[in-house]
Design a protein around this ligand. Structure first.
Ligand code: GDP
Length: 434
């Protein structure tokens, strides 16, 4: 999947463009999954091509007190993580010193950069836009983010600019794991403890490619691929201290993985940043395992694993059916268990329930507690099945699907989870006309 980053100084209309790009699709996705939308990351689609959008403006606030360093970080993130960069400027304001700073950074980049001049909604402004040639980025696109005019051409160009990536051919059906989490949670320590330091020798060969790299491992009788990305490797060198950037750096790894191993720091607890990464994984319908690392540092009499688990689960709502393991990368406590749990989640995600078994169980469940009658009408569900999709999706056929509401769908999901092991796996429940 291609990743697009939107950069530019504050208040040029990055967020409006971002919202416009992700709007149509998000509306559909979110009504199904019930998750709230992130401000900075979303999926979009144009002419049948799907891509992810990052609004890098997420961290840079205000217009007066923005440091050049912040802008620099924002652009570096885009350069690291994206396949195509959209640089937004504002025709009303003209070229500002900050625009020049951004342009200077982008001129050095070999990735496609689309210069997008916002607020161009009449012929006069079309003329004014000519000054943006001075940024030295070549041809520009004019648009108006509020009305949406011009965004079609911009999107056409965007799709054109995507690098032609050969479809990654996955020869073996090996689990693909990405180790994610905030800085200092112990991700590198975990990976090193698990597979040894030799991994760098393997992955660094392809240092110039921007794609995620799968490295095959065979440890403790398990075979799996570890998903590594250029962005993640770079992190070892760049000290990350800002929440937003480290979350966004996980995007590509998460998108390429089947299962995300989310490492959190036991001494800090499950915080906003962990939640954002968890949410990214869930939104992308990936499996998740949570490792509470540095458990060796926690006083066991003040905090039991059960209390700790309860606390985390509150933060995971409504997707709480997730394995949580207490580990130490330092003392190597329960690392094998962690790997086992991850492989199990992979199996759960692949599982296919035979239609006859599914009906046999679920129709009884529905009979015991049918959908509530609406406007004196009874909803009948007579048939259901798991769809032959890559991630678990279930469809229930009803005479009046519109009357089956979220709580009932959640009830069905819970019953599915009670009877089959979908621990760590987001699942979708659909109600359709029979
Ligand atoms: P990363 O940024 O997520 O890759 O984190 P690192 O693996 O670099 O670990 C950050 C710091 O935490 C390092 O100083 C590690 O030595 C330390 N650390 C990692 N795992 C553990 C653990 O299980 N227990 C303890 N006590 N320290 C740990």
């Amino acid at each position: 999947n291609n990743i697009v980053a939107i950069v530019g100084r504050p208040n040029v209309g990055k967020s409006t463009l971002f919202n416009r790009l992700i709007q149509r699709r998000e509306a559909i996705v979110d009504s199904v999954s019930g998750v709230t939308r992130d401000r900075n990351y979303g999926k979009s689609e144009w002419n049948g091509k799907e891509f992810s959008v990052i609004d890098t403006g997420g961290y840079v606030r205000g217009s007066d007190d923005v440091f050049e360093g912040e802008i620099r970080k924002q652009v570096e993130l885009a350069i690291d993580e994206a396949d195509v960069i959209i640089f937004v400027v504002d025709v009303e304001e003209g070229i500002t010193p900050m625009d020049e700073t951004v342009a200077k950074l982008l001129r050095k980049v070999t990735k496609p950069v689309l210069l997008a001049v916002n607020k161009v909604d009449n012929a006069m402004r079309e003329k004014d836009a000519v000054e943006f040639y001075n940024l030295g980025l070549g041809e520009y696109f004019t648009f108006a983010s509020i009305s949406g005019s011009g965004t079609g051409d911009l999107l056409d160009a965007l799709i054109e600019a995507f690098p032609d990536k050969p479809e990654v051919e996955v020869k073996e059906d090996l689990p693909r794991f990405a180790v994610v989490g905030r800085p200092n949670a112990g991700k590198s320590s975990f990976i090193n403890a698990l597979i040894g330091k030799d991994r760098y020798i393997v992955t660094d060969i392809a240092g110039t490619t921007r794609d995620a790299i799968d490295t095959k491992f065979d440890r403790f009788g398990f075979e799996f691929n570890l998903v590594d990305t250029a962005g993640i490797r770079r992190k070892a060198k760049v000290k990350e201290d800002l929440e937003f950037y480290s979350v966004m750096r996980s995007v590509r790894a998460i998108e390429h993985a089947d299962i995300c191993i989310l490492v959190i720091d036991a001494t800090r607890g499950f915080e906003g940043q962990d939640q954002s990464i968890f949410w990214l994984a869930e939104k992308n319908r990936k499996g998740v395992v949570i490792l509470v690392n540095k458990w060796d540092l926690v006083e066991k009499d003040t905090m039991s694993t059960r209390d700790y688990e309860e606390k985390i689960k509150k933060e995971l709502m409504p997707f709480t059916d997730v394995p949580i393991l207490f580990v130490s990368a330092l003392t190597k406590q329960r690392l094998l268990k962690a790997l086992e749990a991850t492989v199990q989640v992979f199996e759960n995600r692949k599982q296919r329930i035979p239609t006859s078994k599914f009906n046999e169980y679920m129709l009884k469940v529905i009979e015991a507690y049918p959908p509530p009658a609406t406007k004196g009408k009874y909803v009948k569900i007579k048939y259901c099945m798991q769809l032959p999709t890559e991630v678990p999706q279930f469809v229930f056929f009803a005479n009046m699907p519109q009357y089956v509401k979220e709580p009932y769908k959640r009830y069905l999901e819970n019953k599915i989870r009670e009877n089959w092991d979908f621990s760590g796996v987001p699942i979708d429940v659909y109600i359709r006309e029979k």
